[in-house]
Ligand binder design. Structure first.
Ligand code: CU
Length: 352
């Protein structure tokens, strides 16, 4: 993107921060239109069982078959709102964080152009990074701790307050700044193209692909999804209220782009027909390839919902965002089969 395009996107994101919310009758904590979208993510992520904050309890959107489709639809609706409500003239940008890792001629994550104070989203916390072992205690009813970080030091969102969150709070306005806590070690250890993205693209079967991208294995933050969140740190590391940092949309657009690249590579028409006819292994069964098998267990909390996820499954969205829609409707970004709601493609990046 050239600087004019970056500034136009930032203008639109600031604009949507300044519009009034539409979701207050559902979620008492939202105070801006931007937070309407944040509340949709918090809500769909589901709170622990019994938490009254969750009104539209869905099957959860992390560690699940609907992980990539749900995040795709919220990106689409966010972009649509920027265009319709803030007269945005561009497209939703993605952040190829691999360009900010050592792989790219020794690039240093903290100096990413994405963090530029004028043409980007501002940088680290005003106190710099602090060790992750300073994270605070887990909030009530949650197994996730409050993560370390301080208010961002500069950039267009430095003085913005958010009222939804932390974590799954949707009803009590809790004004606070965006906190960050950069971790370049995590970026270099999770976000390089050749070492980390390519092996994910080589996975066969949607379930394996999605799992490897999102939560490859237990232990410290790792993988493209969690690694990308945790490298920014602070609020971005919160499973629920991560969306109050606008970087959420850039990070998830890149994951969505990698999904689109994966589909392009693995869904060549002939190859697809062969798969659908023979599917010799579990991974290649049509339901795995198309429809994302696997358990749905919201954020590792609550009751286990068993798969398989199907193309007909509904992606929950609150009515002040858009009508809920099916996974089928977001599988093809170009809607070539006519079942869809999307119309976009990703511009070619440095590697793919
Ligand atoms: Cu999410």
């Amino acid at each position: 993107m050239c600087d004019d395009e970056k500034l136009e996107y930032i203008r639109a994101v600031k604009c949507i921060h300044e519009l009034p919310p539409q979701g207050t009758s559902y979620f008492g904590a939202v105070v801006t239109r931007f937070e309407d979208f944040a509340s949709a993510h918090i809500n769909a992520s589901t709170a622990p069982a019994g938490n009254p904050a969750t009104i539209f309890v869905g099957p959860g959107i992390h560690l699940t078959g609907n992980f990539l489709p749900w995040h795709r639809v919220i990106l689409w609706e966010f972009e649509t709102a920027l265009i319709n409500e803030c007269n945005y003239k561009g497209a939703q940008p993605y952040w190829d964080w691999s360009l900010d890792t050592v792989e790219n001629n020794g690039a240093f994550y903290d100096h990413s152009p994405v963090f530029d104070p004028v043409t980007g989203f501002g940088g680290n916390s005003y106190t710099g990074s602090m060790p992750d072992n300073t994270v605070g205690p887990a909030p009530p009813n949650s197994t996730f701790p409050e993560f370390a970080g301080n208010c961002i030091k500069d950039g267009p969102f430095k003085d913005y307050n958010h009222s939804v969150g932390p974590n799954f709070n949707l009803q009590t306005p809790t004004p606070r700044c965006i906190i960050r806590n950069f971790n370049s070690t995590l970026a270099n250890g999770n976000l390089q193209w050749k070492e980390h993205v390519l092996p994910v693209l080589e996975e066969v079967g949607h379930y394996n692909f999605s799992k490897k991208m999102s939560f490859p294995e237990p232990g410290p933050p790792r993988g493209l999804h969690v690694g990308g969140h945790a490298s920014v740190g602070g609020e971005m590391r919160e499973p629920w209220s991560t969306v109050v940092d606008p970087l959420f949309y850039l990070h998830h657009s890149n994951l969505d782009r990698i999904w689109a690249i994966w589909r392009k590579c693995h869904l060549k028409p002939l190859y697809r027909d062969v798969l659908l006819t023979f599917y010799p292994t579990e991974d290649l069964k049509p339901q795995n390839f198309w429809a994302m098998d696997g358990p749905r267990q919201p954020d590792g909390l609550g009751a286990l919902t068993t798969g398989p996820t199907s193309l007909g499954d509904i992606l929950d969205l609150p009515p002040f965002i858009s009508p809920s829609t099916s996974i089928r409707s977001v599988m093809d970004t170009k809607n070539q089969d006519g079942h869809g709601i999307l119309c976009y493609v990703y511009e070619k990046g440095a590697y793919a």
